[in-house]
Structure formats: C-alpha cells, structure tokens
Ligand binder design. Structure first.
Ligand code: ADP
Ligand code: MG
Length: 679
C-alpha cells in the first residue's frame, strides 16, 4: 500500500483516546499516514557501548552493563527514604551510585549480585560517578544496540506513547509501503525503497542507514514537489483559446500614457483566460511598484464589459482610498461606475450606495473589510480582487467571495517569495508573476550609513529637496515601547526642522486617526509637505511618484522583507531615488548580510532568496496555511543540491513520458492525484 492510503484516524489505534489525539493534532497528526511520517527530531543512540571511562566532562551518557554490589538508604531533604544502589560498571571496572528517588520498590527487583544493562545520564564529581536519571534492566528494556527515535512532543504526550503508536502501525503484519519513486531513480541515487526508508527513519540500524533513509525521504519529497511544479507550469502554459480583449479594455489601454510591460501583458492574458474559463483562484505576485494595480483594473474591465460586478478589497482605509481615487481617475470617461465603501461612510450615503450595488448600477466597488459586512449585497458579483492578501484571513476572503456565485478571485501580493516556496505556501492557487519593473525605472541607489556619519546624508537629501523631490524618514516601530520611541521621533522631527528650516514637514505615526493620516498624505501628495517623519511603517502600497529619498534609521533592526517594502516607497517614477540605511553601534553578522544584500540588489525575488537562506523557510510559511506539499524531511535551504537533482530527474521523466502512462511511472500518477485530493 501507499503511505497516504493509511487514511484512517489515529483514534482507531489502540491506546489513543481523545486527549492523546488532540495532542497529536497539534503536531499535525490526524491520520495514520501522518503518524507514520511523524519522523523523529533526533535519536538516542544506544548502539554503541559507552562506559564510565568515556565520561570526561562533568556529565554524559553511558550505555553499559553493571552488577549491583550494595544496597543502602538515606533521607533526602524532604525526609523521603531513598534507595541508593552501588553498581560496578563491567566495562570500566568503575563504581556508579544509582539514586532511586521514589523507586524504593527497586530494592527487591535488583538484588545484590544481579547484573543489568543500563542507560544513564551520569554526573561526575571529584572522580565519583552518580545518576538519578537512568533505565536499568534487560537488553530489551534498555534498548541495547538500538538507536531510539526521539519524537517531537506536545501536551501530555510522552516518548513512550509516541513510539508505541508508531510501532503499532509499523508492526502490522504484511504491511509494506510501495515505492514512491521509480526504480531507475532509486538505483541512480543509491536510495532505499520507500518501505525500508520509512522503517529506518523510525528505527535506524546504524547512522549510515539513517543518513540514507533521510536522503531517500528528502529526495522523494523534493522530487514530487518538482514534478508537480513542472506539471502545473505545463498546464498554465497550455494553449488555451486566446481571450478576446473587450473594447472597454482596449480603450483604456490606448489611453495610458505608457506601454504595458511584457510581464503585465502576460499576466493580464493569464487572468483573462482564467476568468473566461471560470473558477479562477490566482495569485498575482510582483515586486513593489511593478504595476500590479493596473493589471487589476484592466482585468476588472474584462469582467465589467460583460456585465459583471467587481469588488476590490484593500487592508486599510488609506490604501482603499488611494486605490479608489486612482481608479476613478483612470476610468473616468469610460462609463464604468466606481464606488468607494469603507466603515465610516455616513449612513445616508451608505444606504444609497448599497442600493446602487444591489441594483447593479455600480460596476466596481473599492473598499476595506467593510465590503463583506452583511448588508452589502451585489447584483452580480463576478470578480473579487484582494490587495495585500496576507493581511486578510481566509474567512474574510471567503466572506467576500460568498457574495457572488463562485466569483473569480485574484489575490495580490507585493512580497515576492522563491519559486519552490510559492508552491508550498500557496498550494493549489495558480500564480502570475510580474518580474520586471515598468520601463525607465532606475534602481534605487542604496547607501549604508553609520549613524555617526550622517552629515553627508543630510546634505544629499537637502539637494533633493532643492530639486523639488520628497523624502520619508522612518523609525522602527517597537510596539511595547511605543511611548519612548515616539519621543525619539519627536526629537528627530524637531532636529530635522533645524536641519531644513524652510522645508515643510509632518510627523505621522500609528496613533493618529485614519482621517489625520489621510489629510497628511494628501498634503504630501500635493507637495505642501516635502518630507514625512514616521514612527510606524509607512503603509505598504503608498504611491507618491516624486518621493525620491527613503531614510531608515536603525536599519539593523528591520528584517529584509520590511526593508525592501519600505524602500519600495521610492523609485516609483523615472526619477533617480535613494535609500539610506542608517545603523547604530556594531552590527551582528546577520545584520551585516542583510544590509549588504539591500545595497547589492533591488530585485525582490533575489532578496527573498537570500532571506530564505538567512532565516529559513519557517518565517515564510509559519503563519500561513501550509500548502499541499508539506516538506517533512527535506530542507529548502540545506538540500539545494538534492533539489536540483530532483528537478532534473522530474524533467527527464516528464519529457520521456508526458502522460506518466508507463508502468514504472504509474505510482507518480497515483501520488500526484492523492496530493491534489488533499488540497
Ligand atoms: P504595485 O501595486 O505593483 O506596487 P503600482 O500598480 O502601484 O505597483 O504601480 C506603480 C506605479 O507605476 C504607478 O504609478 C503606475 O501608474 C505605474 N505604472 C504601472 N504600469 C506601468 C507601465 N507599464 N509603465 C510605466 N508606469 C507604470
Ligand atoms: Mg500596490
């Protein structure tokens, strides 16, 4: 059988009740197949003899045989009678004192003169050895010669319980797991058969076997990941009927002051085809400023031209408003009716707006989460666009979608993530990517500035002000130290006033009301203000073309993704922009590598790859739902070479057997189907 065919719930296993099952559930184990792929996090190697002679430090572990030579008793600090066994280590001849706290029953079980195996954590003090944490008993009980699995635990689970549960499955007679890789590949890379690999992962014969088993499972995971990626791309690239571009879209495209980039064209075509086919569930990812929003509006026209309604949801009032204004301007004179809906629209106006939506008089509504409140009813909602999708929960996205009859869904993300991760994070979603920026954009020039040498930076920014360009000064936000940090910014604000006495500026921070923020940003856009001093992160998505300077203080405290997002606030027109990363004190090695990457590249995908290497995939996938191929053993960071091999092999197999119809590839088809089903 295949591992995934062990689909019965673990509560069917003897000894697993409700409580244990819920402890397992927090480890992601619900079905028997999950349990069998709950691999040990480490191993307790009892396969090698270690006597007291091997304890050279203050403490260590022994695996040896002892003979009990004496029984004695004493009282501990709580006046409990404690049994102390004196034992002779048969492999070193040394003496070990075994303190049996709360185990006085051992007196009869381990009489003087009897011999046993022992595994113990031994403390060494002044040449004398003692232990109070040990397993003493038969070969079987101590696990002599074995490498014991050490599983991840949760709640009240114990190693014993998990081992027992896993072994109860492995011990079922005649169960043999089918290979999940073609034999030619197993041979080529000297891997194990799947059945052997799984068993060796849980109960390795020796460390070499464990290494081979690990390689087998890791390779298998990566191979299936790469295979599904290739198959997916093939599906995406499939020649579907070319979509018809509506007159409405053509009109708007013709009116644009610039040409769409190739990537924008490609993504638009993918989205149109998907909309025409129905049931779109797509992610549009692209770096900050790559022109995703325009793609969103144009694709909305594709729906609107056929009489459908579109809802566009942004995470904050500020962004929603910016989008609404942008859309209204862009679409004026096209006959498309645009509306803006947020939480604090006046009652009367809101009632009017809701009626119009219900009647179908509004083609495109832009708003915040207010869009999915109960009283919002659409006549014919066919398309839902979600900006900065990671800021919404799944339920919120579903709530909006449920207002239409299976509307097409487009999620937008300005956080580029590496290709392999995209699949694990976004699961079955299709992905459109804008790699290149609009023509004529100059990469932002990034300087790393020691806090002590800030003078020159101020001069350079002063020159930009003279040219009529604008700037952001950003401080890191530290939630729990809000007050003191705000003070810093206030000081900073007054300090900058003395630096640039004639340049108008404003302070903007998270404690201002939404209205005040909007007012300030409007003034900034109108150039009544030339620079902003900000405590909190300047909102992702804010688009001010003449802002050319981004100054980030305490840059060493920001993560790469945040730095990149902030820098993305500038460089949004054909003007040359600058980013100053100001650091304080001496930098950690990690901070140095972060700042270096920022200086070297403007490419969000490259930055994401580096981020992955520095922080590991957990940070990317952590809070998000895990996708359909959860890697349990393989590491996207450490198994890069294995991944390359897997990709090559998967490509070769698909090239020679595109339909996976050959007998030796049948299992690939079965496994692929099971993965889709899980989704
Ligand atoms: P994103 O949402 O991906 O961060 P935007 O859609 O806000 O990026 O685009 C950033 C800016 O680039 C906007 O001012 C937009 O009008 C402009 N823009 C979009 N597409 C192009 C293009 N093909 N050529 C030139 N400018 C463009
Ligand atoms: Mg945007």
């Amino acid at each position: 059988m295949y591992v995934h065919e062990l689909s019965y719930p673990i509560t069917k296993i003897k000894g697993i009740g409700k409580v244990t099952a819920s402890d397992f559930a927090t480890l992601g184990v619900e079905k028997a197949s999950d349990l069998i792929t709950l691999f040990p996090r480490s191993y307790d190697d009892r396969s090698v003899m270690r006597s007291l002679n091997d304890i050279s430090e203050e403490s260590g572990t022994i695996n040896t045989a002892v003979t009990i030579t004496e029984h004695s008793h004493y009282f501990d600090s709580r006046k409990n009678r404690v049994l102390k066994l004196t034992a002779k280590d048969l492999n070193s001849g040394r003496t070990l004192y075994i303190h049996c706290f709360g185990r006085s029953f051992m007196e009869n079980a381990y009489p003087v003169g009897s011999s046993w195996f022992i595994n113990a954590n031994v403390a060494r003090m002044k040449g004398s050895f003692s232990t109070s944490s040990f397993t003493l008993g038969s070969e079987e009980v101590v696990g002599v010669g074995k490498i014991l699995p050490v599983y991840p635990l949760s709640g009240s689970l114990t190693q014993r319980a998990v081992r027992k549960a896993v072994d109860s499955i492995l011990g079922v007679k005649y169960i043999k797991f089918e290979d999940e890789l073609p034999y030619s590949i197993i041979e080529k890379h000297r891997l194990m058969h799947t059945d052997e690999a799984i068993r060796q992962m849980h109960h390795p014969r020796d460390m070499q076997s464990l290494e081979r088993a690990r390689k087998t499972i890791a390779y298998s995971e990566l191979f299936h990941l790469e295979l599904s990626l290739l198959m997916k791309n093939r599906k995406d690239g499939k020649k579907t009927v070319k979509s018809t571009v509506s007159a409405l879209e053509k009109k708007l495209i013709g009116r644009l002051p610039f040409k769409l980039t190739d990537d924008q064209e490609k993504c638009l075509e993918e989205i149109r085809c998907d909309i025409d086919r129905g049931g779109m569930n797509r992610l549009l990812q692209g770096d900050v400023g790559s022109g995703k929003t325009l793609v969103a509006w144009l694709s909305a026209l594709h729906v609107i031209a056929k009489g459908g309604q579109t809802a566009f949801m942004a995470p904050t009032e500020l962004l929603a408003r910016q989008h609404a204004e942008g859309a209204a301007e862009l679409l004026s004179g096209t006959g498309v009716n645009v509306a803006f809906l947020t939480g604090d629209i006046k009652k009367k106006e809101r009632g009017y707006l809701l009626d119009a939506l219900k009647r179908g008089d509004i083609d495109l509504v832009i708003g915040t989460h207010a869009l999915f409140s109960k009283d919002v009813v659409f006549r014919n909602l066919q398309y839902v666009i979600i900006d900065e999708q990671h800021r919404f929960g799944v339920e919120q996205r579903d709530a909006l979608s449920s207002k239409g009859k299976k509307p097409s869904i487009l999620m937008m993300s300005a956080t580029p993530i590496p290709r392999t991760l995209a699949l694990t994070v976004y699961g079955s979603m299709d992905i459109s990517t804008i790699y290149s920026k609009p023509h004529g954009r100059k990469p932002v020039i990034t300087h790393i500035v020691d806090e002590k040498n800030r003078e020159r930076m101020y001069q350079a920014i002063g020159v930009e002000f003279q040219r009529g360009h604008q700037a952001y000064f950003v401080y890191p936000r530290i939630d729990d130290e809000g007050e003191s940090d705000l003070k810093d910014v206030t000081t900073m604000y007054s300090f900058l006033k003395t630096k640039y006495p004639d340049i108008p500026s404003r302070l903007i921070h998270s404690r201002l009301s939404e209205e005040e923020k909007i007012e300030i940003l409007d003034e900034f856009r109108d150039k009544k203000i030339m620079y902003l001093v900000s405590t909190s992160v300047v909102e992702v998505g804010i688009d001010i073309p003449d802002a050319t300077c981004m100054i980030i203080e305490h840059a060493e405290r920001f993560g790469l993704a945040a730095l990149h997002q902030l820098r993305g606030r500038v460089g949004r027109s054909s003007l040359q922009s600058y980013c100053f990363l100001v650091y304080y004190g001496s930098l950690s090695e990690e901070a140095v590598s972060r700042l270096k990457v920022m200086r070297q590249t403007n490419d969000g995908f490259e930055i994401a790859e580096t981020d992955l290497k520095i922080r590991g995939p957990g940070e990317f996938t952590g809070s998000r739902q895990s996708g359909f191929l959860r890697l349990k053993v393989a590491s996207l960071v450490n198994d890069v070479e294995l991944m390359a091999q897997a990709k090559e092999d998967a490509g070769e197999i698909l090239a020679s057997d595109p339909g996976l119809i050959r007998q030796e590839n049948a299992m690939l088809r079965i496994i692929a189907a099971s993965q889709v089903a899980i989704n």
